[in-house]
Ligand binder design. Structure first.
Ligand SMILES: Nc1ncnc2c1ncn2[C@@H]1O[C@H](COP(=O)(O)OP(=O)(O)OP(=O)(O)O)[C@@H](O)[C@H]1O
Length: 309
């Protein structure tokens, strides 16, 4: 795989002196899906806006397909599709013209078949002759996606694409993302829905206070940092963890009807066998036992709170 987007020591200070990006360095491979996670105000939108030429960087270098975003702006921008967080559309323009125009802006000729395909996939074909202002909020978001795809970008940025959208649009969106990926399009998305990043991303980047804390292959991130948890459900609830089990570091749940034991996936011994023996010795009767692995969400929360501590 080759690098399609290269970001070197990217910094952005706004006019009021606020440093929103503090030297971000990141290479993105062609065809991958990268999810950028970070709390509100972390700098995700600033990073995307800078790469897309909406915000001027204070320093650093960004190249898209080898084109510098400052010196070779047009060629760099031509490769990028951006679905912004905010809806900014011409209200009186017809849907189909909005999408066609977007293609023209990048110097590409008219391609009715492609526009039809995009509009159909986004369930906008029936609304193509409606003015944008006649659409619902969810449909306007669909138009933003159609616009971003009209000029056949090689990199697609989705800035919180599913914030406040209905289940149907989310489903359509991930379907489109999968299809784009199959066609070799690189996708960078920011999301607050960590389970989505978990489901769809190849790599995950965590950004906080303008710094990239890590970028890692999603599976290895989850394998490295993940813990496994066993939830032991009891036939009879208990008021407290019995004395003989105290050294296991257990967490009693709610009304004492179950407790959770967490262990490191990479530890030599899990301690499960002795725990279950000691549970029997303590006279507790099991109703059920369930295991689960840390979610990306837990990993993310630990990382960000560790940083702030
Ligand atoms: N034009 C601006 N002038 C001054 N500060 C700004 C400006 N735009 C953004 N900021 C600040 O930069 C920081 C990063 O904002 P940004 O929108 O990039 O965060 P984000 O990670 O996208 O957050 P969210 O998840 O809330 O969208 C915030 O503290 C924000 O207040």
């Amino acid at each position: 795989m080759s690098t399609i987007l290269s970001i070197k020591d990217l910094r952005k200070s706004y006019a009021d002196g606020f440093e929103a990006l503090k030297g971000v360095t990141l290479d993105i491979e062609e065809g991958e899906i990268l999810a950028l996670l970070g709390p509100n105000g972390a700098g995700k939108t600033t990073m995307i806006s800078t790469i897309c030429g909406i915000t001027m960087p204070t320093s650093g270098q960004v190249t898209v397909g080898g084109h510098d975003i400052l010196n070779d702006y047009r060629a760099a921008r031509r490769m990028i599709g951006l679905v912004p967080q905010e809806i900014a559309l011409e209200p009186f323009e017809k849907v189909i013209n909005t999408v066609r125009l977007s293609r023209g802006l990048f110097g590409l000729g008219r391609d009715d078949a492609r526009i039809e395909d995009i509009l159909r996939k986004l369930s906008l074909w029936d609304k193509r002759r409606n003015a944008v202002k006649e659409l619902s909020g969810g449909m306007k978001r669909r138009v933003l996606i159609a616009k971003a795809l009209a000029h056949e970008p090689r990199i697609l940025f989705l800035d919180e694409p599913t914030a406040g959208v209905d289940v149907e649009l989310r489903k359509d969106m991930w379907e489109i993302v999968r299809e784009l990926k199959a066609n070799g399009v690189t996708i960078i998305l920011t999301t607050h829905y960590i389970e989505e990043a978990e489901a769809i991303a190849d790599r995950v980047g965590v950004i906080n206070s303008g710094e990239l804390l890590l970028v890692e292959d999603k599976d290895s991130l989850m394998a490295q940092m993940g813990k496994k948890h066993i939830e032991v459900m009891l036939a009879e609830p208990v008021d407290a963890i019995p004395e003989v089990l105290r050294h296991y570091d257990l967490t009693l749940n709610g009304a004492g009807e179950s407790f959770v034991y967490s262990y490191d996936i990479h530890g030599e011994r899990t301690g499960i066998t002795s725990l279950l023996n000691d549970v029997a010795k303590a006279g507790l009767v099991l109703r059920d036992v369930q295991t689960r692995q840390s979610s990306l969400e837990e990993i993310f929360v630990n990382l960000v709170s560790g940083e702030q501590a």
